[in-house]
Design a protein around this ligand. Structure first.
Ligand code: GUN
Length: 287
């Protein structure tokens, strides 16, 4: 059997096009243009690539992109002052502080200083609590993108068994909350899980978000399962740098019913959902 490959790139293009058409209507009919502020501290190369892509796609969607690039030794006080200024700026509807932050900065404090209504990452403790209690929240972009693809592929997810491998605040935990909200039976597995392979083999939906290259192999996948690969890992192979996921695509795609590739799966959906969250924040701000 060979799995259906879920085309996240095409899916994301569709989401961005829908966002762009809403943005155009908003500015024509109401004179409002959504604005997204992205704050990058330091020069982490992967973060610089993400921030550049975010900026380009924000502008392509018809929104305003505000980029704040700060030196790696920026003080916590200065960063907090910038976040407060962005909170108070009516042209800014969404604020994203790129993670990871340098070690001398308290990342939780910075995130929890963002106005929850502008927290398009959904990382503020208020949004985490709203999501966990099934209330209207800003939802983290990567798990939201995964959920959108799962719903598009399956329709209802109710009653399905879902295993999320990875317990990060950015992906694993909110992913589990979203799947629970769609009435899946959810397990969060992690590095200390006993017999991970057996746990994974119980999953109708298997989400891999561990950050370990090709850790999930075909023998850990239930025949016909849907596999969502959140990993983006750079590996050296045959003298070349390649991007691989947390799933061993070759062996997993021989067993799964459907699978997301890397690249071109979950990755493009993250920025598309960021744009969708920014549009939502703007619409809520303007009633
Ligand atoms: N670093 C890696 N992923 C993310 C994300 O989704 N949001 C932010 N702010 N930083 C990240």
């Amino acid at each position: 059997m060979s799995a259906v490959v879920i085309d996240g790139k095409a899916f994301a293009a569709g989401v961005r096009a829908r966002v762009a058409s809403h943005v155009a209507r908003l500015s024509e009919e109401h004179g409002v243009v959504p604005g997204l502020a992205v704050v990058l501290v330091g020069e982490d190369p992967a973060s610089q690539v993400y921030v550049r892509n975010k900026g380009v796609q924000t502008v392509e969607a018809g929104m305003i992109s505000f980029e704040h690039k700060l030196a790696a030794d920026t003080s916590e006080a200065d960063l907090l002052a910038l976040v407060r200024a962005l909170n108070a700026d009516p042209k800014v509807h969404g604020i994203l502080v790129q993670l990871p932050l340098p070690g001398h900065v308290n990342a939780d404090l910075v995130i929890n200083t963002i106005d929850p209504a502008k927290d398009v990452d959904g990382f503020h403790i208020s949004n985490v609590g709203l999501l966990g209690t099934g209330q209207k929240a800003m939802v983290p972009c990567t798990p939201l993108g995964c959920l959108m693809m799962l719903r598009a592929y399956h329709g209802s997810l109710a009653g399905m068994t879902a295993v999320v491998v990875g317990r990060s605040n950015i992906v694993g935990k909110p992913m589990a909350q979203l799947l629970l909200g769609d009435s899946c039976t959810v397990t969060i597995a992690h590095s200390r899980t006993r017999d991970l392979a057996a746990v994974c083999r119980g999953a109708d939906i298997l989400v891999a978000a561990v950050g370990r290259p090709e850790m999930i192999s075909g023998d850990m996948v239930k025949p016909g399962a849907t596999v969502i690969d959140v990993g983006i890992n750079r590996v050296e192979r045959d003298g070349k740098t390649r991007l691989v996921g947390d799933v061993d695509f070759a062996s997993a795609s021989a067993v799964a019913g459907a699978i997301t590739p890397v690249p071109g799966g979950v990755g493009p959906m993250t920025i598309a959902c960021l744009l969708a969250n920014t549009l939502t924040a703007c619409c809520r701000a303007h009633g």
